[in-house]
Design a binder for this molecule. Sequence first.
Ligand code: CO
Length: 137
Amino acid sequence: MRIVGIEHVAIATDDLAVDAPFWRHVLNISHIATEDVTSEGVNTDIYDTGRGKIELLSELGDDSPISRFLAKRGKGIHHICLEVEDITPATAELKEKGIRLIGDEPTIGAEGYRIIFIHPESAGGVLVELAERPDLR
Ligand code: CO
């Protein structure tokens, strides 16, 4: 597979109103979108540094993976996302190598990216997301 770069670093927050101003007003990173990803149970608040994004994740509903993460680990870095050129063969390659994935096939994430998560067990304790841009096909 070919990794193109770091797409975003995702940070879990229990209170967007408290945590967003640091990224938006102290670091002055452009806010580009806020999106509910209902399939993942998250609200994503997206900032673009120009060379990789920051995504603030907050819970959407009571049984959100973010609620579970916050209860277990507290707020802070949730996952890193690497942009991959073509996610279908990348997924097949990971399966072939016995890498543990979360879910079987890529799904649609924020901004229409096709995404799949690699389990931290296979990635040195880090939750890693791979994402393919929607506008390259
Ligand atoms: Co992500």
